[in-house]
Design a protein around this ligand. Structure first.
Ligand SMILES: Cc1cc2nc3c(=O)[nH]c(=O)nc-3n(C[C@H](O)[C@H](O)[C@H](O)COP(=O)(O)O)c2cc1C
Ligand code: SF4
Length: 518
C-alpha cells in the first residue's frame, strides 16, 4: 500500500503556531493505526491566519485544513481518510482568494515542495534559469538583468543591472556575492520565508550572479534570529554540493561557485550593506563612508555584489522566462513582482506576492481584510521602521517606487504594518527616534545625538511645553538629520516622524492649537 502523503510547513510561523506538535500527533496516530504516513515538511503558503496549514493532495490538487491544532490531528486524519469533510477544511488551497489573487514568480514553489529536495525543485521549474545562464556569457547575463528592470528589494530600489555590470567589469583576482539576509525591518518576513521554504531559489540566484560577475564565493549574512532558515539553507547547500550544482565544476561546465552561511551580529545597522561587510569581516558593525562603492571595494576590499535575498530570488525566473516576460509585470520603472508582507493589526496577515501597482487600499482592506480588532484602520507604516505612516485617504496610491517617493514614502522591503484607530502617532514618532537611539552605529553626530534630542523634543511637545517652538525644533532637527547623516539610518528616521506630523497633526496637538487660535 502506498503511503498517505501529507504536507505541513516547517516555517517559523507554522512552528510558532504548533506545527511540530501537529506533526507528532499525526505520526503517533498513524503509527497506532498502522498507516504508512509520509509527512512532507514544506515552506509556508504565507497565509498566517491558517497556520499550521495541513495539506493533502487529491487529483493533483491540494486540499487544506487549517489552522490545525494538536487536538485536531486525529479528527483531521479521520476526515482525510474519509469523505474529507471537517470544520477546519478550507477547500482547494490555490482557490483561497488571498492565494488566488497573487502572481507568484518568486514564491511559486514555497509551500508546495520539500525545501531540501533537489528533485522537487527541478520538477517545479528549478534550475531552468541556471541552465540558461550557463549557456551564455557573463555580459549577456548582466544585460538580461539590466533589461528586466529589476531593482533591489532590500530597501533602496537601486537598479540591479547597473550593480552587476559594475562588479563584472571590475578587475580583481577575487570577487564576492554577499546576500543581505539580515531582514531587520519590522513586519517583514519574505527573506525568511523563501530561505525556509525554497532555499534552492536563493542558491540558484547566487550561482547565476556569481557566474555573471565572475565571483567564485558567496556569503549569506543571516539574521541571528532565523535558526530554522540557517538549518534549511545549510542543508540545501550540502545537497546542492553533493549534486554538483555548487562547488567546483558546476553542472560539468568547469565553473566554480560556493556558498557559506554567516550568522549575523544581531543589530539593525548590520543590515546596512557597508556595516554588514564590516561585520562579515569580523569587525564592529559600523557604517563605511561611500565611495568606495562595495561593487568596487567591498568584502576584504574586493569587488562585491551585495543583494537582498528577494532580489537574488527574482533572478532565476528572469533568466528562465526572459527579461521581457518579467518586465511586463509591474508599472513604470517598478518592474516585476514584490512580495508584500501584511502585518500588525490586520485580519489576514501574511505574504502577498503581486506585481507593482497594486494599491495600498487593496493590500490593507481587500486582501488583508482590514484590522484584526475590527476597528477602523487609522494608519499603515510602509517599508519598515524608517518608513512613512500613511492615512486611509492615501490608500488609492499604487505601490511602486516612484509614486511612493513622490508621496514622501518608500516601498522599502515591502512591509505594510497596519494600525487601528487606537494608535497615537506622536508615540509612534517618539518610537522612531528611540529606535534610532538604540540602533545607531554612533559614527556620525546627527544620528547619534539627533535621535536622543528627538525623543526629548517629542516629550516636550507631548507635555505642551513651548509647543509651537518645539514643533519648529522638531522640523529643524529632522532636516538636519536628513542632510547631515552618513547613512540612511539617520537620514530616514525623520520619515516616520515627519509623516506622522503631516498626516496626523492632531496627535501632536497641532490642529487643536490652530483651531484654538482661530
Ligand atoms: C539602516 C539600514 C538597514 C538596512 N537593513 C537591510 C536589511 O535588513 N536587509 C536588506 O536587504 N537591506 C537592508 N538595507 C539596505 C542595504 O544597505 C542595501 O541597500 C541592500 O542590501 C542592497 O541590496 P539590494 O540592491 O538587493 O536591495 C538597510 C539599509 C539601512 C540604511
Ligand atoms: S547615520 Fe547613524 S547609523 Fe548611519 S553612520 Fe551615522 S551614526 Fe551610523
Amino acid at each position: 500500500m502506498s503511503a498517505l502523503k501529507l504536507f505541513l510547513p516547517l516555517d517559523s510561523v507554522a512552528i510558532a503556531m504548533g506545527a511540530d506538535d501537529v506533526a507528532d500527533a499525526l505520526q503517533n496516530e498513524a503509527a497506532k493505526r498502522k498507516i504508512k504516513l509520509e509527512l512532507v515538511r514544506t515552506g509556508s503558503r504565507g497565509m498566517h491566519w491558517l497556520e499550521p496549514l495541513l495539506e493533502v493532495e487529491k487529483d493533483c490538487k491540494r486540499i487544506g485544513y487549517g489552522p490545525v491544532s494538536e487536538d485536531d490531528a486525529v479528527s483531521v486524519l479521520d476526515a482525510i481518510l474519509g469523505d474529507g469533510r471537517h470544520d477546519k477544511c478550507v477547500g482547494l488551497v490555490e482557490e483561497i482568494p488571498f492565494f488566488k489573487k497573487q502572481t507568484r514568480l518568486i514564491f511559486e514553489r514555497c509551500g508546495v515542495t520539500d525545501p531540501l529536495s533537489l528533485e522537487d525543485y527541478k520538477s517545479h521549474g528549478g534550475f531552468e534559469g541556471l541552465d540558461k545562464a550557463l549557456n551564455i556569457d557573463g555580459a549577456a547575463i548582466c544585460e538580461e538583468i539590466m533589461q528586466s528592470g529589476l531593482r533591489g528589494r532590500g530597501g533602496a530600489g537601486f537598479p540591479a543591472g547597473i550593480k552587476w555590470k559594475t562588479v563584472s567589469e571590475a578587475k580583481a583576482d577575487q570577487k564576492y556575492i554577499v546576500v543581505n539576509a539580515d531582514e531587520g525591518d519590522s513586519g517583514t518576513f519574505a527573506d525568511r520565508m523563501i530561505m525556509e521554504g525554497d532555499p534552492f531559489c536563493l542558491i540558484e540566484g547566487m550561482i547565476i550572479a556569481g557566474v555573471a560577475v565572475g565571483a567564485t564565493k558567496g556569503f549569506v549574512y543571516l539574521r541571528s534570529e532565523y535558526p530554522i532558515a540557517e538549518r534549511v539553507l545549510n542543508g540545501a547547500i550540502v545537497n546542492a554540493r553533493a549534486a554538483g550544482v555548487l562547488g567546483d565544476n558546476i553542472r560539468g561546465t568547469g565553473k566554480t561557485f560556493d556558498i557559506e552561511v554567516f550568522v549575523g551580529a544581531g543589530a539593525y545597522i548590520c543590515g546596512e550593506e557597508t556595516s554588514l561587510l564590516n561585520s562579515l569581516e569580523g569587525k564592529r558593525g559600523e557604517v563605511r563612508a561611500k565611495p568606495p562603492l562595495p561593487a568596487l571595494e567591498g568584502l576584504f576590499g574586493k569587488p562585491t555584489l551585495v543583494h537582498n535575498v528577494i532580489s537574488l530570488c527574482s533572478v532565476p525566473a528572469i533568466l528562465a522566462k526572459g527579461a521581457k516576460f518579467y518586465r511586463d509585470y509591474g508599472m513604470g520603472k517598478s518592474t516585476g513582482t514584490m512580495p508584500f508582507q501584511l502585518a500588525g493589526n490586520i485580519k489576514y496577515g501574511g505574504l502577498f506576492e503581486t506585481a507593482f501597482g497594486v494599491t495600498l487600499g487593496e493590500l490593507v482592506n481587500d486582501i488583508g481584510g482590514g484590522t484584526f480588532t475590527e476597528k477602523s484602520v487609522r494608519a499603515a507604516q510602509i517599508g519598515g521602521p524608517l518608513g512613512a505612516y500613511l492615512p486611509p485617504e492615501m490608500y488609492n496610491l499604487p505601490m511602486d517606487y516612484e509614486t511612493m517617493l513622490a508621496n514622501g514614502a518608500g516601498v522599502g522591503h515591502g512591509g505594510v504594518v497596519v494600525f487601528d484607530e487606537s494608535v497615537n502617532l506622536l508615540e509612534q514618532a517618539r518610537y522612531a527616534f528611540e529606535f534610532c537611539v538604540e540602533e545607531s552605529c554612533g559614527k556620525c553626530t546627527p544620528c547619534r545625538i539627533g535621535s536622543v534630542r528627538g525623543v526629548e523634543v517629542i516629550d516636550r511637545i507631548r507635555a505642551g511645553r513651548d509647543h509651537e517652538k518645539n514643533v519648529t525644533v522638531l522640523d529643524d532637527l529632522c532636516e538636519l538629520m536628513v542632510d547631515g547623516s552618513l547613512c540612511a539610518m539617520g537620514g530616514m528616521t525623520p520619515i516616520p516622524v515627519q509623516s506622522a506630523v503631516k498626516h496626523f497633526p492632531e496627535d501632536f496637538g497641532i490642529k487643536q492649537k490652530q483651531e484654538a487660535a482661530t
